[in-house]
Design a protein around this ligand. Structure first.
Ligand code: NAP
Length: 249
């Protein structure tokens, strides 16, 4: 296989970091985006390099268009032509009902989880579309099982952002299908990562087992398997798919 370059947003920790390590093992060079945790991003890069692949660490807040543009320019210069994008960076907020949600909270949620993914996909399509001289490629968006269940009383705003990601995946897949680009989404269930602690409701993990038919939390590595498969040529006839990795939930 000729060299293939992948950008993963939010790859310093959790699902993004697991995806970077697995993708490197399957032959991808990886650009590792992070927001604040540079040390964790550098540790992921060291693991990628130890597997004989090239790694680039690039800081950017995906809620900021100028920072996204600078990140893609850094990947162009540091890795070369892009063949894959994983729109993984995402946030939740503290548990709240709708009557407790501020405009500021909603703005951050839409800017990070939704606009960030759309703008990163825009930059990737500009580079990968055969209509624009690119070689084609693959985009995987991180949705969530929350897009189906709504997360009432917890974070309906987050669920809405992920439902919009589902819609975006369906539409963009059709928009660029004839241009060599496949677009899919993975919808994880409850996965054991930092996201629950940083949002102030880590106890939800222990209380969630009864909701999961398979009877356990998922791992970041299990989600990474589905992402890396969707990126690969083994999934060449898969586009517009919303793949649940949620233990049956
Ligand atoms: P996580 O452990 O909290 O890691 C989040 C990652 O995103 C970190 O690398 C973080 O960077 C980065 N990030 C956060 N805000 C960012 C921003 N504004 N710009 C750039 N990077 C940013 O999260 P996770 O659990 O792995 O979740 C990854 C994705 O899966 C998210 O889209 C999430 O919604 C989705 N998901 C997760 C679950 C779950 O149960 N864990 C379930 C369904 C869907 P720093 O390290 O620099 O802070």
């Amino acid at each position: 296989m000729s060299e293939r370059n992948l950008l993963i947003t939010g790859a310093s920790r959790g699902i993004g970091a697991a995806t970077a390590r697995l993708a490197a093992g399957r032959g991808w060079n990886v650009a590792i985006n992070y927001h604040r945790d540079q040390a964790s991003a550098e540790a992921v890069a060291a693991d990628v390099r130890a597997m004989g692949r090239r790694a680039l660490v690039v800081q950017a807040d995906v809620a900021d268009e100028a920072q996204i543009e600078a990140m893609f320019a850094a990947v162009d210069a540091g890795l070369g032509p892009l063949h894959g994008l994983v729109n993984n960076a995402g946030v939740v907020d503290v548990a709240a009902r709708v009557e407790g949600m501020s405009a500021q909270r909603l703005q951050r949620m839409w800017a990070t989880n939704l606009s960030g993914s759309v703008l990163c996909a825009r930059e990737a399509v500009r580079r990968m579309s055969t209509r624009r001289g690119g070689a084609g490629g693959s985009i995987v968006n991180l949705s969530s099982a929350a897009a189906r269940v709504g997360s009432p009383g917890l974070y309906l705003d987050y669920s809405m952002s992920k439902a919009a990601i589902d819609h975006f995946t369906t539409g963009l897949a059709r928009e660029v299908a004839a241009e060599g680009i496949r677009v899919n989404a993975v919808r994880p269930g409850i996965i054991a990562t930092d996201i629950h602690a940083t949002s102030g409701h880590a106890e939800r993990l222990a209380n969630s087992l009864s909701l999961i038919p398979l009877g356990r939390l998922g791992t970041a590595e299990e989600v990474a398997e589905s992402i890396v498969w969707l990126l690969s040529d083994a999934a060449a006839y898969v586009t517009g798919a919303l793949l649940d990795v949620a233990g049956g939930r």
